[in-house]
Design a protein around this ligand. Structure first.
Ligand code: S3P
Length: 174
């Protein structure tokens, strides 16, 4: 196979716009294991979009729901599964602890320019609404680095095609 036999969840963490979902989907299909997007699971269980959850209940409430959903996704994993998380999940101490304890964690990082370009494609990120996206992304990236760097595997997600990032992830886990 392309990588060693994976017998636990692989969790992708990192900033909005690094490509966690795109890379995760393709990685899962190469590893022949299922993919799940934690943000989509949160929306499904809340029956609401993430912007609406932030607007109606605030970020703290979202983080609690996010932690429960990620715990469930990890718990119910049988063998391998690739889980993409929202950019802030790994910066919550309890969520980070449970991910580090039970999954193989991969930090995808990109330069700010790449984050700006990729997040501009969709208008669904409440944290980018209250200011200049570039400034917010640059600040969050610095604030969150100490958390993300606790992941055992670091991969740079460059501005080019995701296939390059996926190859680096495969090297990292094999
Ligand atoms: C967030 C990132 C989003 C989503 C929410 C909060 C964050 O996910 O969970 O808008 O705090 O960085 P993506 O990283 O998939 O954009």
């Amino acid at each position: 196979g392309l990588a060693r036999r994976i017998d636990r969840p692989i969790v992708l963490v990192g900033m909005m716009g690094v490509g966690k979902s795109s890379v995760g989907k393709r990685l899962a299909s190469l590893l022949n294991c299922p993919f799940v997007d934690a943000d989509e699971e949160i929306e499904r269980s809340a029956q609401m979009g993430i912007p609406e959850i932030f607007e109606m209940y605030g970020e703290d409430y979202f983080r609690d729901g996010e932690r429960r959903v990620i715990a469930r996704l990890i718990d119910e994993t049988d063998g391998c599964r690739v889980i993409a998380t929202g950019g802030g999940a790994f910066c919550n101490a309890e969520t980070r602890a449970l991910i580090l304890d039970r999954a193989l964690t991969i930090w995808l990082d990109s330069e700010v320019d790449t984050l700006v370009e990729r997040t501009a494609r969709k208008d669904n990120r409440p944290l980018l609404k209250d200011g200049e996206p570039r400034e917010i992304l640059a600040r969050l990236r610095e604030e969150r680095r100490p958390h993300y760097s606790q992941a055992p595997i670091h991969v740079l997600s460059g501005p080019g095609p995701h296939v390059q990032t996926i190859n680096k992830v495969l090297q990292g886990i094999s």
